[in-house]
Design a protein around this ligand. Structure first.
Ligand SMILES: [Zn+2]
Length: 159
């Protein structure tokens, strides 16, 4: 089995802690609709830090996944490297910050599920409509086109 770590987000940030691990893509079930299969592992690293009085979490994710090309519906190797910096805020503050979007906010949970965070970041960063390079593949027949439904991904995000 792989570790499914929970961290106390504020404590983690204030003490400059770091956590590294890996997770099989098959464990990230919300990605399912975007992928042709769930082979592979992703590596992640989370580190806490402060900027002045502001508590932050940095997250890095790397690996490769197999997205479904939206033209031919075939497999598309997609190398992942993702870096995000999240500003930790209380749930009360969270209600007020939605309008700003140049900074990503995260509610500072004392039991933050790191793998759920990794999955959230992936869902935000993966291309909405990935395709092979132009000329590499041909469109799938119309009748197959609705089998990869981007709206089911949005629905998963709202849970
Ligand atoms: Zn294609």
């Amino acid at each position: 089995m792989f570790a499914q770590p929970l961290i106390d987000a504020l404590e983690f940030a204030r003490n400059g802690k770091q956590l590294r691990g890996e997770v099989p893509i098959s464990a990230l079930s919300r990605l399912g609709d975007l992928l042709t299969d769930s082979r592979g592992m992703l590596h992640y690293a989370v580190h806490g830090y402060r900027v002045g009085e502001v508590d932050m979490l940095g997250i890095e994710i790397s690996g490769e996944c197999h997205l479904r090309c939206q033209r031919c519906l075939g497999e598309l190797n997609y190398p992942l490297t993702l870096n995000a910096n999240l500003r930790l805020v209380s749930s009360a503050e969270m209600d007020e910050v939605e309008a700003e979007d140049e900074v990503e906010y995260l509610e500072a949970s004392s039991q933050l599920d790191v793998l759920a965070l990794v999955e959230d970041e992936l869902l935000l960063s993966l291309p909405f409509s990935p395709k092979h390079a132009t000329g590499v593949c041909v469109p799938a027949p119309e009748s197959l086109q609705h089998s990869a439904n981007p709206f089911s991904v949005l629905a998963a995000l709202k849970k």
